[in-house]
Design a protein around this ligand. Structure first.
Ligand code: PAF
Length: 290
């Protein structure tokens, strides 16, 4: 059977008409929030969503509220026609693609201010970021009204921040984290990989190798993993990423996998290694479980 083009809606009123129809038929809905420039990691979110809900809505909105004035909002990759073609291959039911004026009409003045999991790591380098993400996600959740929303573990701190917001504000949906999809050489798939030139692309997988080694070293130490050992091992991982050719390493940290606070082996808590580093003008982030 020939696949139909994916239906696109651009106003909240049109979005609600479609979703209300599904609800009347008792169909569950899953949302996949994206900023477009879709890759296989996003398509995997759609496939995972389809296991939980009869209907899938992918939102495509490059959210100005999560970019600082000096960041890459203007050059962020946009390819709606390509995105729609990709979403057709996985039978996504609906694309929610509002313009900035529909999402943030004149007079818009409310912002969600996340703390907890939002403190430190990305926030030390992009202080505006999680406020913008939490605000737009809160709006997307109330616009679509899904039972589930899917987030890639690639943006691990974002996933924890959104989970905390949903719990704190009693939002009636479940957030599902989906494991990172990687290229054959280990580089985490990301829309920003498009910025890398050939030589940067060769260097890029070093970030994943270094944090994987660090995670294995932490796991091997078990309860003997003290804060001092973590600091030393993380410093070695930072040096490894820099030696591979990264221009700046923002951070390499071992944190509690849920609260993202500093942790040690004695706590018995699940841990996560998180890193961010620059190749030229491109900032890559990655993380792995310990
Ligand atoms: O991860 C992203 O693409 C964005 O931060 C999100 C969740 C779609 C919010 O704009």
């Amino acid at each position: 059977m020939k696949r139909q083009p994916v239906k696109v809606v651009r106003t909240v009123a049109d979005l609600r008409k479609v979703v209300v129809g599904w609800r009347k038929s008792g169909e569950k809905v899953a949302l996949i929030p994206t900023m477009g420039a879709l890759h296989d990691g996003h398509l995997q979110l759609v496939r995972t969503a389809q296991k939980r809900a009869r209907r899938t809505v992918t939102s495509i909105f490059v959210n100005p509220a999560q970019f600082a004035p000096h960041e890459d909002l203007a050059r962020y990759p946009r390819d709606e026609a390509g995105d729609l073609a990709k979403l057709k291959t996985v039978d996504c039911d609906l694309v929610w693609a509002p313009g900035p004026a529909e999402m943030y009409p004149e007079g818009f003045a409310t912002r969600v201010v996340p703390a907890g999991a939002a403190e430190g790591l990305e926030t030390d380098y992009r202080p505006h970021f999680f406020g913008g993400v939490a605000t737009v996600c809160c709006k997307l959740f109330t616009q679509v009204g899904p039972e589930f929303a899917m987030f890639g573990e690639k943006d691990y701190q974002q996933l924890q921040v959104v989970k905390q917001m949903v719990a704190d504000l009693n939002l009636p949906l479940k957030i599902i984290g989906v494991p990172t999809i990687r290229e054959k050489d280990g580089l985490a798939m990301s829309s920003r990989n498009k910025y890398l030139d050939e030589s940067q692309r060769r260097i890029a997988p070093a970030i994943q190798r270094a944090i994987k080694r660090l995670a294995d070293e932490c796991a091997a130490l078990g309860v003997a993993l003290t804060s001092a050992r973590i600091a030393k091992l993380a410093e070695a991982a930072r040096a490894e990423i820099a030696a591979a050719g990264f221009d700046t390493v923002d951070y390499v940290e071992v944190r509690d996998a849920v609260t993202l606070k500093p942790v040690d082996g004695k706590s018995g808590r699940p841990m996560r290694v998180l890193a961010a580093a620059w190749l030229g003008k491109t900032r890559l982030i990655d993380n792995v479980a310990v």
